[in-house]
Design a binder for this molecule. Structure first.
Ligand code: HEC
Length: 312
């Protein structure tokens, strides 16, 4: 869904469910409106001056009981599985304490560092544990599709894995006093190397480059293209470990992948690369987190990446 800003792995699942329920509701609305209009015309008084009794129709009764029931159960099933996903925090998530007060947020990292805005490493899951010092607040990051009530005396949590570099808004969603509308902050998603450098330094907050400069786009050739498309934030060209598998020696290697048909062995060839790049969430390499974002590539860029990876 390219028209929506989807900055985390949660956003794809959430949007799919949301748009599917909107589509189903819209379809049902049209059916209902159609029959309202149709019956108004078909059974108008001028055509039917004498009222008639309508007999119960058992088949129809069963149909309109079973069909909505199945629909509701389907909505429940997908809602429940998505909810489980939202609550199941990956083991390796970094735990960050979020504290709301009238009218600001603060973030505390495992090593004790505190910041007024949130800094996270691209491709690495974070668990945000929320607290409030005064009234009820609401912690909402629209681009990541996470939202939770922040309640006095109670720790709540959300998690997400950021998969786009950038700065994203944080908002308070509960009217919490006169300063409510100014209770804003940001999530800054930065490359992992920059995050680590800051995390282990004495700097209070990372020195941020503008988003466009966070990944230098000046290089040419395969490396330049991969960098411009942010692939190198999660993949390396020289065999070193990163969030995802290295591209070195990838072509022709055997991989265990999880796909729609369960687990299987594949050889990385052109077909596989095209399939992976057109829909990264459809097949996933075992042993890695499922955080690869949808790649926005033109046909030409896709061709040159596939050709380039073949030649590595
Ligand atoms: C946020 C991190 C991230 C970004 C950005 C990213 N990937 Fe990935 N990629 C992964 C992870 C993690 C995996 C392994 C799990 C999976 O298959 O989803 C992966 C898997 C792959 C694979 C399959 C590798 C194999 O071993 O079979 C290819 C090919 C690939 N990515 C190419 C790309 C390209 C090209 C781009 C840029 C357009 C890109 N990736 C951007 C995280 C990322």
């Amino acid at each position: 869904m390219p028209f929506l800003l989807q900055a985390s792995s949660l956003s794809v699942k959430t949007d799919r469910l949301f748009l599917a329920s909107v589509a189903v509701c819209a379809a049902l609305l049209m059916v209902v409106v159609f029959f309202i209009v149709y019956f108004c015309v078909r059974y108008r008084r001028s055509r039917n001056p004498e009222p008639v009794d309508v007999e119960a129709n058992t088949a129809l009764e069963i149909a309109w009981t079973v069909f909505p029931l199945a629909l509701f159960l389907a909505v429940f099933y997908f809602g429940w599985t998505n909810f489980r996903y939202l609550r199941d925090v990956p083991q390796d998530a970094m735990v960050i304490n979020v504290t709301g007060r009238q009218w600001a947020w603060s973030f505390e990292y495992p090593n004790g560092k505190q910041t007024p805005e949130l800094y996270v490493a691209l491709g690495r899951p974070v668990k945000l544990v929320t607290h409030t010092l005064d009234v009820i607040h609401g912690f909402f990051v629209p681009a990541m599709r996470v939202k939770v009530d922040v309640i006095p005396g109670r720790a709540n949590y959300v998690w997400f894995t950021p998969w786009l570099l950038g700065d994203f808004d944080i908002q308070c969603t509960v009217i919490c006093g006169v300063g409510h509308s100014r209770m804003l902050s940001k999530v800054h998603v930065i490359p992992e190397a920059d995050f680590k450098r800051w995390y282990f330094s004495d700097e209070p907050v990372p020195k941020l480059q503008p988003v466009s400069a966070r990944v230098p786009a000046a290089e040419r050739g395969l490396a330049g293209l991969l960098r411009a498309k942010e692939c190198l934030a999660c993949h390396s060209l020289d065999g070193s470990p990163s969030v995802g598998p290295t591209f070195k020696g990838l072509y022709g290697s055997r991989q265990t992948v999880m796909g729609p048909g369960g687990r299987s062995q594949v050889t990385v060839d052109e077909d596989f690369l095209r399939r992976k790049l057109s829909d990264p969430q459809a097949v996933q390499v075992e042993g890695y987190p499922p955080v690869m974002p949808p790649a926005r590539l033109s046909e030409r860029e896709l061709d040159s990446i596939v050709r380039g990876l073949k030649g590595l």
